[in-house]
Design a protein around this ligand. Structure first.
Ligand SMILES: *Cc1c(COP(=O)(O)O)cnc(C)c1O
Length: 388
């Protein structure tokens, strides 16, 4: 019944963990879920109120515009200017998305012909590779290694592969590793892309989830980036709005237009009321994100200290709400043990690609008392193992 593209999908990597979680819950275990990349904090009330008002506006009851309301795109450009000091033309350099995943998944359809190569990082958000394959492209894996700060080693890409490839996916601040890229790396990448005629698709949903004094940069801050790159953004993580499905892509106008062309043949844009609420979110994003950072930072410190104590090799993330811990063994064995013995859900690194093997990802999307409880359970297990 199914197409080859569906049949060739890898098995859902987290199915076994999901089953073990449900089994634990059935046994009456108080499960602590540090597995999901979904903020537990609610959407701020001003955003909810604005949606309620906007939902009553009859102008929002008809088909929305494909590319997003000009008011929404203008609010994006203003947020971008305020945040990254980059000027964008809301008409041609901003496109609304039904969540950034939607744009990421559709983008390769605009740029790949069957058999074209696309550079895809590993470990990574699984959508990049699947999207390339759905478009008939051939993913070329760029390993992200700890010794390189989880950045791809551009020098190791054979020059004929670089020249043949049509596009490259990247994501900093990085899910799952928590690593950031600096402007120097982005500059090298933009030069590399220009030399090889590559389209850069940079996924940046964690731009506001950082813990240092300075915000991680946008790739569009680099000179020349706006001729080769676009950046995907989302209100999901910035304003705790994963359920609302509102994101956007900005940058090179031809790339933006390509994605828009695919979309206009598939969907009919975001609900206008969600865009109106998105405008309110963007106008308040600095304040909302500052509060959110404080919450995550406290949780990260707590879990980091706990993981260190039980002897895992882990670094404090510079950004994102993930801790990427090296366990040494098979990641699925480790996460299986966590759920079966302790009732803790974490994500096996191998679910993000072969280069994630040996790692486990913990999300701090639970309140501090739950994280403290998880740490206690892990300490108890380690103490018992030592006393055997
Ligand atoms: C959460 C996440 C997204 C998806 O964001 P939406 O806007 O909710 O679709 C995209 N990329 C990465 C790496 C993410 O972690």
């Amino acid at each position: 019944m199914y197409s080859d593209r569906i049949k060739s999908l890898p098995p859902y990597p987290f199915a076994a963990i999901d089953r073990a979680k449900i089994a634990a819950q059935k046994r009456g275990v108080d499960v602590i879920n540090l597995g999901v990349g979904d903020p537990d904090l609610p959407t701020p009330q001003i955003i909810i109120d604005s949606l309620c008002r906007a939902a009553a506006d009859p102008r929002n009851h008809q088909y929305p515009s494909y590319e997003g309301k000009i008011e929404f795109r203008t609010a994006v450009a203003e947020w971008y200017k305020e945040t990254f000091k980059v000027d964008l033309d809301p008409e041609s350099e901003v496109l609304a998305l039904i969540g950034s995943k939607e744009g990421i998944a559709h983008a390769p359809l605009a740029f790949l012909n069957p058999g074209n190569l696309a550079l895809v990082p590993d470990p990574a958000y699984p959508v990049y590779k699947t999207a390339v394959e759905f478009a008939g492209g051939v993913p070329v894996i760029l390993p992200l290694k700890r010794e390189n700060g989880f950045l791809p080693d551009l020098d190791s890409i054979p020059s004929d592969v670089a020249r043949k490839a049509r596009l490259i996916f990247l994501n900093y601040p990085n899910n799952p590793t928590g690593a950031c890229a600096d402007l120097k790396f982005f500059k090298r990448l933009v030069d590399f892309a220009a030399d090889n005629n590559l389209i850069v698709l940079h996924d940046n949903p964690y731009s506001e989830v950082y813990f240092g004094d300075e915000r991680p940069p946008s790739i569009l801050e680099v000179e020349g980036a706006r001729e080769v790159a676009v950046e995907f953004h989302s209100l999901s993580k910035t304003c705790n709005m994963t359920g609302w499905r509102v994101g956007f892509v900005v940058g090179d106008r031809e790339i933006v237009a390509g994605i828009g062309n695919v979309k206009s043949n598939i969907d009919s844009g975001n609900f206008g009321a969600v865009q109106d609420a998105g405008i309110v979110a963007l106008k308040n994003a600095q304040k909302i994100a500052a509060d959110m950072r404080k919450t995550y930072q406290e949780r990260v410190e707590l879990l980091y200290a706990g993981l260190k104590k039980i002897g895992l090799e882990v670094e404090k993330p510079e950004a994102t709400f993930y801790l990427w811990a090296w366990t040494g063994g098979r990641s699925k064995d480790y996460t299986r043990k966590l759920i079966d013995q302790l009732g803790i859900v974490a994500t096996p690194g191998v679910g993000f690609g072969d280069y994630g093997e040996g790692y486990v990802r913990f999300s701090v999307t639970q309140p501090t008392d739950r994280i403290a409880e998880a740490v206690e359970r892990m300490e108890r297990m380690v103490a018992e193992e030592k006393s055997l």
